[in-house]
Design a protein around this ligand. Structure first.
Ligand code: ADP
Ligand code: MG
Length: 245
């Protein structure tokens, strides 16, 4: 069974159909790219899956459980993480403290008064920092970090909720090409190691073709192609939309 099953998903804003009857599956261990020109309906799709926006109709099932109609908090609790949203870092806290904060927020435990917040989830926070390659910067305040490293901390914070599915809408926005490759490469490694699934959008076709396991292409709300990188790259409609041939 697929981890996520999207069927007949539609979103209309007045007379404008932003997402027009799309359907796709997402499996554990898979990095799935959702691509398409500006205004194609990518963010709208993310917002419906994450519960930030009600769908006009359709179905989004997480291991058989219908998500449409659920509040976003509940969807998050079922294991659907939305990266870089709750995950904004506190600039004056250290890298480690930021990840501890995310763990506290996700676990929603009332901590005991004889134990300082400073000691909470230190081991787990360190383990997450190791996974994103930020162990050596653990005691630095986030405001001193390079942009690409802030994104790594944010990724660790997203993982603090142990998501089964992580939704990443343009995670590499504002990054240089080398940083983009490094971040998406890291996400791919984590998808494999944790057997999670990631749905992401990315403007750079080089990055998509280098790392995605499968690709879905939207144009004007419609799903025009899906398949492996090779299949999508060769697809005539994709050629038309992206390369004007
Ligand atoms: P993408 O993320 O692929 O660039 P979006 O999902 O943001 O595209 O937008 C898809 C279409 O839906 C666009 O035509 C956009 O103008 C429209 N749209 C998005 N959000 C809203 C909204 N809140 N109200 C009205 N129209 C919207
Ligand atoms: Mg968008």
């Amino acid at each position: 069974m697929a981890l996520l099953e999207v069927r007949g998903l539609v979103k209309r804003f007045g007379g404008n159909t932003a997402v027009d009857d799309i359907g796709f599956d997402l499996h554990e261990g898979e990095l799935l790219a959702l691509i398409g020109p500006n205004g194609a309906g990518k963010s709208t799709t993310f917002n419906m899956v994450g519960g930030q926006l009600p769908a006009t109709r359709g179905s989004v099932k997480l291991q058989g459980t219908e998500l449409l109609g659920m509040p976003s908090r509940k969807i998050a609790r079922l294991g659907v993480g939305r990266s870089f949203q709750i995950a904004a870092t506190f600039p004056s806290l250290t890298v480690l403290e930021n990840v501890q904060t995310a763990l506290i927020a996700h676990r929603r435990k009332v901590y005991s008064f004889w134990r300082s917040a400073r000691d909470l989830y230190v081991q787990e926070a360190r383990a997450l920092l190791q996974q994103v390659g930020m162990s050596e910067q653990a005691t630095r305040p986030c405001k001193e970090l390079a942009y690409g490293d802030v994104k790594r901390v944010e990724l660790a914070m997203s993982l603090a909720g142990s998501p089964r599915l992580l939704l990443m809408d343009e995670p590499t926005a504002g990054m240089a090409p080398a940083e983009r490759n490094a971040l998406v490469g890291l996400v791919k490694k984590l998808v494999r190691e944790r057997n999670m699934a990631v749905l992401f959008t990315e403007h750079s076709m080089d990055v998509v073709f280098a790392y995605a396991d499968r690709v879905i292409v939207l144009a004007r709300g419609q799903l025009i192609a899906q398949g492996s990188v090779e299949e999508v790259r060769r697809h005539p409609k994709v050629q038309e939309v992206y390369f004007g041939t």
